[in-house]
Design a binder for this molecule. Structure first.
Ligand code: GLN
Length: 195
């Protein structure tokens, strides 16, 4: 299984470590040519700063390529800033980046005091997992095409729409690999359905 990890800024190394430990092969996507000639089974859009990653995606001319891969059904997992980049719109920011997922994200949604925190909560299809939030967004609203997977303090923090998965938290910063296993499971199931 070959997973392309967007490595423009932010917490990408941690995703690569977990994916490799789970037996998936990874390719670092740093420039447009890293997308060429590969048949990615899945993509990771990591956390970091959505404005920086979004700007680089455009400057490096990768935004529309990645958007079409997702629209054509390549499974994608976005954490934190990755969630913001995949959102159809951002409640408190006029920018739209990849915009492939029917959710409205709110950036830096927990304010300064609660910007970063950790907790344990239930994620549908997985169970109780540790969740690490860092200047995190939450999902302000979920459109009819998307499904809520986790709620913390009344706020949606994980969702799925077909082959697109997003979490406002960072499982790659914990040693619990179940969200990545869930994502790899989504890819495997999709492979079977394709046949
Ligand atoms: N605050 C960041 C943003 O708005 C997201 C933080 C993160 O990815 N940990 O892009």
């Amino acid at each position: 299984m070959l997973i392309g990890v967007l490595c423009l800024q932010g917490a990408f190394i941690e995703h690569i470590r977990i994916l490799n430990a789970l037996g998936a092969e990874t390719v670092e996507i740093r420039q447009k040519r890293d997308l060429n000639g590969k048949n990615f089974d899945g993509l990771i859009i990591p956390g970091g700063e959505s404005t920086v990653i979004g700007k680089l995606l455009r400057e490096l001319d990768m935004e529309s390529d990645i958007r079409s891969m997702i629209e054509q059904g390549t499974p994608v997992y976005g954490t934190c800033a990755g969630l913001i980049l995949l959102a159809r719109s951002i409640a408190n920011d006029p920018n739209v980046y990849l915009g492939t997922m029917d959710i409205v994200a709110k950036r830096n949604a927990y304010g300064r005091q609660l910007g970063s925190f950790a907790c344990e909560a239930e994620m549908n299809g997985i169970g109780k997992i540790p969740m690490t939030f860092i200047r995190a967004p939450y999902i302000e609203s979920v459109g009819s095409k998307a499904e809520i997977l986790a709620v913390v303090d009344g706020k949606t923090v994980a969702a799925r729409q077909g082959a697109q998965l997003v979490t406002a938290f960072h499982p790659e910063l914990t040693d619990d690999t179940r969200v990545h296993e869930y994502f790899l499971g989504m890819i495997k199931k999709r492979g079977k359905n394709k046949k």
